[in-house]
Design a protein around this ligand. Structure first.
Ligand code: UT7
Length: 317
């Protein structure tokens, strides 16, 4: 596959660290030092499906196509207001496409899983132009009186259009069941027959455990992919890593012995936008003219599961 169009939409509400200080026992210094985040964009009046549809239309336009040209939609999403139908179905209706649709939930690694699925579908010849959109509102999963979690997240939607081509050099997906480490549980409707105890609770995360696992697993994925592609670290133009925490990004940069110019970031002004973080950043770089034909880009993500997804692409636009 190769990427032929990108798009993104952020919610309009900006929430700075100073704004959080008004109702939480926190401060700008703690948040910036521990995470690198200065502000985030948070859903207020918008609906996630509308942001996703707008990002999708931008990517389709950028690809020089119309929604009628899209013959498969994969949406990476953890939560939205609908349990069913899938968010991809709602996006299909909103943009006026006519094609099969599916959602994928691999938490923050979801965009890479979705790209990998798109590549398989293109290789099988079952689709020609696939819309891959990652739309996330993790701010709706956390308790906003819990300073250890709500300061970390932001919302947004990023999309790409992919078609047949030689842009994906290699990819690697891993999953290791570690439910205790990071989860969000919601109860379902009661029935007259339910006898088990069920609990609904906001997101739980063991931050230190996730931090360690993230650095180790992302570094391992990067090393594996570089060796598989026969590349050295400096052959990559940009490492577009999942934007969870600047300290994680810096730890990986140190490990690779590369300076931070290889590691563009948006976590400082977007927060952790789950699986949307990589396509949001990719679109920003593309629209700022920072990607040239032939550039090699390594994308690497990690998230609840514990899942990881990484790939090296060549920019072909
Ligand atoms: O996409 C999902 C992947 N998630 C991640 O990548 C998150 C990975 N983990 C992390 O980024 C870090 O573990 C955190 C940023 C979440 C936390 O940083 P930490 O250095 O592990 O801090 P901590 O949880 O050990 O907390 C240290 C102190 C505690 O106080 P005491 O017990 O030492 O008195 C916390 O209560 O900082 C306190 N604290 C805060 N203080 C001010 C926790 N949150 C805050 C806050 N403001 N917002």
């Amino acid at each position: 596959m190769k990427i032929i169009g990108t798009g993104r939409v952020h919610p309009s509400q900006v929430v700075t660290n100073d704004m959080l200080e008004k109702f939480l026992d926190t401060n700008d210094e703690w948040i910036k030092t521990r995470t690198g985040i200065a502000e985030r964009r948070v859903i207020s009046s918008e609906r996630l499906e509308d942001l996703a549809a707008e990002a999708s239309l931008k990517a389709i336009e950028d690809a020089g196509l119309t929604p009628a040209d899209i013959d498969y939609i994969i949406c990476s999403n953890v939560v939205n207001e609908y349990i069913t139908p899938s968010l991809s179905c709602i996006i299909q209706g909103a943009i006026g496409a006519r094609c099969a649709c599916i959602d994928v939930n691999a938490a923050c690694s979801g965009f890479i899983y979705a790209l990998d699925m798109a590549d398989d579908r293109l290789k099988s010849g079952k689709a020609k132009n696939i819309l891959v959109v990652a739309a996330e509102e993790p701010t709706r999963m956390v308790d906003w009186s819990d300073r250890s979690l709500c300061v970390l997240f932001g919302d947004g939607a990023g999309a790409v259009v992919v078609t047949q081509g030689e842009g994906l050099l290699c990819s690697r997906l891993t999953t290791q069941s570690k439910v205790d480490c990071l989860h969000y549980v919601r109860t379902l409707e009661p029935t007259p027959y339910i006898t088990k105890v069920e609990n609904s609770a906001p997101m739980y995360m063991n931050g230190k455990e996730v931090f360690k696992t993230a650095v180790l697993s992302s570094s391992r994925d990067i090393k594996t992919l570089l060796s598989r592609a026969g590349l050295k670290p400096s052959d990559i133009k940009y490492y577009i890593l999942h934007q969870a925490n600047m300290r994680i990004i810096e730890a990986i940069a140190n490990w690779l012995k590369l300076d931070m110019s290889y590691f563009p970031h948006n976590v400082d002004y977007c927060g952790n936008t789950s699986s949307a973080s990589i396509p949001l950043l990719l679109d920003e770089l593309a629209r700022e003219g920072k990607l040239q034909k032939g550039d090699k880009i390594l994308m690497s993500a990690f998230g609840a599961g514990f899942t990881t997804g990484a790939c090296i692409i060549e920019w072909t636009k």
